[in-house]
Write a protein that binds this ligand. Structure first.
Ligand SMILES: [Fe+2]
Length: 292
């Protein structure tokens, strides 16, 4: 006859919970759930979590869900401000990066599906967008540096006011966003404006958490890229402006060293940026796009 659980023996409770996971047929799900159960129990024991505190935590997760909708994904923001998104991206790319691949950075909550396909060299900023001109050139290659022709490159960025177009009624739909196809030499280019850093959205539970932690809310200025080519792992990354005051203090920990770039002066009121997107061979799995 099994022993009744005892308040003085949390390990017996942990064993009982782990036992319920034994029949999970998907081996990866079983491994993830085993680890999640073990770590959650260890966490609760370490901080001596009370039932009231557990309730507060669960209400926080409920609020994250309620704050998520068609134009905002609070869950992604939570993973970002805890460093979890950056951790999984860096871990997932460690072999490619060791072999010379471009370091990834998180996709974040502002990538939109159906960004407009534009010809190489096109301007992605609509007329009236303020800010200094930024000319971006790029090349998509494999790890050996050989060109990848026909790759799909998507980019999106905040305006010089620090707002993405979907957050800002003063910007045209799909402003500062584009989709390009690389030429035979793997090249693409576009004209934009120098972006500004911006605060992550703080009108939801993640904003309350950041305030409670006494943290700032700023991301350094950056441009997002995703490169997709059949037969290669998808690269999602960002390039950051080293002159931004938060270049070394990104609220979501995405500004890793190799992605910091100086935006070189180009003419009287312009800058230029060159990016190399080096992809690793592998399965082409496009990440979830958070916005329609
Ligand atoms: Fe961003």
């Amino acid at each position: 006859m099994p022993q009744a659980l005892s308040a003085s023996d949390p390990s017996a409770l942990l064993d009982a919970v782990l036992k319920t996971n034994k029949k999970t047929s998907n081996p990866r799900l079983k491994a993830v759930m085993d680890a999640a159960i073990r770590h959650l129990h260890a966490f609760a024991l370490e901080v001596d979590l009370t039932p009231d505190e557990l309730h507060v935590g669960l209400e926080f997760l409920v609020a994250v869900g309620h704050a998520t909708g068609p134009t905002k994904h609070e869950g992604i923001l939570l993973a970002d401000i805890l460093g979890l998104a950056t951790l999984t991206q860096l871990r997932g790319a460690r072999h490619a990066v060791a072999a010379g691949g471009t370091e990834p950075a998180l996709v974040g909550p502002f990538w939109r599906a159906n960004q407009p396909l534009r010809p190489s060299g096109a301007t992605i900023s609509s007329p009236g967008t303020p800010g200094a001109r930024l000319t971006v050139t790029g090349r998509v290659t494999d790890l050996k540096g050989d060109s990848i022709a026909g790759a799909r490159v998507e980019t999106w960025q905040a305006s010089p006011k620090g707002l993405y177009e979907n957050q800002d009624p003063e910007q045209e739909d799909m402003n500062l966003r584009g989709r390009f196809e690389t030429d035979e030499q793997g090249r693409f280019s576009f004209i934009s404006v120098r972006p500004a850093g911006y605060p992550v959205p703080v009108d939801g539970p993640c904003g309350e958490l950041l305030a409670a932690q006494g943290r700032h809310t700023m991301r350094p200025a950056h441009l997002h890229f995703i490169a997709v080519a059949p037969g290669y792992r998808v690269l999602a990354t960002q390039f950051f402006d080293t002159e931004d005051p938060h270049a070394y203090d990104d609220v979501v920990f995405g500004a890793v060293g190799s992605l910091l770039r100086r935006f070189e002066p180009d003419g009287a009121n312009g800058y230029r940026l060159h990016v190399e997107l080096k992809l690793e061979r592998g399965e082409t799995r496009v990440p979830h796009c958070p916005l329609p």
